[in-house]
Design a binder for this molecule. Structure first.
Ligand SMILES: [Fe+2]
Ligand SMILES: [Fe+2]
Length: 166
């Protein structure tokens, strides 16, 4: 049986993953408004990934016989000054998510909840990937800022491939 404290913390993280999905969908819509279709496609794939993260927590709670609570969600920000600013926001957001996942892991360790420790291992690794992806795009956008629109359009093409692969 899962302890109430662990259950509540996992439920809260599930809701935060759904918020991440809505934040990235808002970024996808922002990129649409700039006719940066590749950036938008990348963010749409990311939003789906966040929904899948939320569902992993959902199914884990179901397996543990816990009752799931879907929380009210604040509206995400809808505008950014530049694509770089949007991706810096995404990186900062993922760094916060990483900190939350680590807090969850520490709680599971404190409660000696081995099942949850094992379950969370996947998320610990996933956050390394998420931060690496966002960091790489931030770096490329910094180069684009120096190289101008041509570099931005090349990058839009590159990021669009993620949408086609998914
Ligand atoms: Fe996530
Ligand atoms: Fe990922």
């Amino acid at each position: 049986m899962i302890k109430d404290s662990v259950r509540d913390a996992i439920n809260a993280q599930m809701n935060r993953e759904f918020y991440s999905a809505s934040l990235y969908l808002a970024m996808a819509a922002y990129f649409e408004s700039m006719t940066l279709k590749g950036f938008s496609a990348w963010m749409q794939v990311q939003a789906k990934e966040e929904l899948a993260h939320g569902m992993k927590f959902y199914h884990y709670l179901v397996e543990q016989g816990a009752r799931i609570r879907i929380a009210a969600m604040e509206a995400p920000r809808g505008e950014w000054g530049t694509p770089l600013e949007a991706f810096e926001h995404a990186l900062g957001h993922e760094q916060k998510v990483t900190a939350r996942i680590h807090e969850l892991m520490e709680l599971a360790m404190k409660e000696r909840d081995h099942a949850t420790i094992g379950f969370l291992g996947w998320f610990v690794k996933e956050q390394v990937e998420e931060e690496a992806n966002a960091t790489e795009i931030v770096s490329k956008l910094q180069l684009a800022a120096a190289g101008g629109a041509a570099v931005l359009y090349l990058l839009d093409h590159e990021l669009g491939k993620r949408g086609k692969a998914a």
